[in-house]
Design a protein around this ligand. Structure first.
Ligand code: NAD
Ligand code: UDP
Length: 328
């Protein structure tokens, strides 16, 4: 049985990856410190003999007993509000955490895939974004802690590959959504769906002309799975190229949820990228991958998930009055 360590296992993507690798017959070790994750996301695996949970902060030395074939490093705050609230931890998990996991991969002779992001392109001047674009990031802006941690993560990963011969993979993930996202993490899909469910107006930041391209989680997991098993060690974009403005997206959510609330406009956060769309030519070519789930279908499944949450979860307002991100 192949053994895989997945960090960020109690988070949105990490928990779906645990499910997928268990389904594929792997022994899965899930690691997390719950800083933005939730045990609920993996509670269904608690009695599974092929799953073991390790409560650990990956920025501390990782003492893992036994063999490992693969590592997926997904631990990191991922929503803009999260990484503004915990900026130092965000920098540490991308740098020190990645260093620890690369060291572990080297010691075990394991192949490691790290979760990078479309944020390494910053507010992109090339559109759609191809992997050979170097990006446009403000190092000292509020998003810099995340973007630069991820850029460092890519650099140290390539260095371990070229200098130590570690087998490495780098996925550049574009906005991904689906069940198990945290309702109050401030990202646009949980934000709009939560607002619709609570009977609040939908908050569009700026004039809503900025664009995003949303990928359903099952498609993302399939892309990551194929990349891990491929022999390609340079970064690969995985995302859905269907781009939409945030203003039009708010209207789609109003139709989907049937809310009678309206759209209201708020200040645009500092350095909010104005356009984002992955060029997935490379993923199509080397992985034979492209997304299968269209936005209407994926959003319906996601809304059904949010509808199933308890009143307490729906009204938990950890970020409601958090406006630090907006101010320069
Ligand atoms: P998430 O917040 O749901 O999950 C992240 C998990 O990492 C959480 O469970 C958190 O507790 C854990 N974690 C954070 N710091 C840790 C530490 N020091 N030690 C151990 N565990 C720690 O976020 P997500 O959306 O599932 O994102 C997962 C990964 O994918 C992140 O690396 C993120 O940067 C990347 N990513 C996600 C998206 C997306 O659209 N979801 C886009 C680009 C990149
Ligand atoms: N956004 C918005 N209203 C919200 C939350 C987000 O208009 O309540 C916008 C945000 O400014 C950005 C886009 O939606 O332009 C996507 O934001 P998200 O935080 O989901 O992810 P990002 O791609 O910016 O990391």
């Amino acid at each position: 049985m192949k053994k895989i360590l997945i960090t960020g296992a109690a988070g949105f993507l990490g928990s779906h990856l645990c499910d997928r690798f268990i389904k594929e017959g792997y022994q899965v070790f899930g690691m997390d410190n719950f800083i933005t994750g939730d045990f609920k996301n993996i509670s269904h695996l608690a009695d599974n003999p092929n799953f073991e949970f390790i409560d650990h902060d990956v920025t501390e030395f990782i003492d893992f007993k036994g063999d490992l074939d693969y590592i997926l490093h997904f631990a990191s705050p991922a929503s803009p509000i999260d990484y503004l609230k915990i900026p130092i931890q965000t920098l540490k998990v991308g740098s020190l955490g990645t260093h620890n996991l690369l060291g572990l991969a080297k010691a075990k002779g394991a192949r490691i895939l790290i979760a990078s992001t479309s944020e390494i392109y910053g507010d992109p001047l090339v559109h759609p974004q191809t992997e050979d674009y170097y990006g446009n990031v403000n190092t000292i802006g509020p998003r810099g802690v995340y973007d630069e941690a991820k850029r460092f993560q890519e650099s140290i990963t390539m260095a371990y590959h070229t200098f130590h011969g570690v087998e490495t993979r780098i996925v550049r993930i574009f906005n991904t959504y689906g069940p198990r996202m945290r309702l109050n993490d401030g990202r646009v899909i949980p934000a709009f769906m939560g607002q619709a469910l609570r009977g609040e107006d939908l908050t569009v930041f700026g004039d809503g002309s900025q664009t995003r391209s949303f990928c359903y989680v099952d498609d993302q997991v399939e892309g990551i799975y194929r990349l891990l098993l491929s022999d390609y060690s340079h970064p690969v974009n995985i995302g859905n190229p269907h781009e939409i403005s945030i203003r039009d997206f708010a209207e789609e959510i109003i139709k989907l949820t049937g809310t009678t609330q309206k759209v209201i406009y708020k200040d645009l956060p500092v350095n909010d990228p104005m356009q984002r769309q992955p060029d997935i030519t490379l993923a199509k070519k080397i992985l034979g991958w492209e997304p299968k789930v269209d936005r209407a279908e994926g959003m319906k499944i996601t809304f059904d998930y949010f509808k199933s949450l308890t009143e307490e979860e729906l009204y938990k307002s950890e970020h409601k009055d958090f406006t630090g991100f907006i101010k320069e």
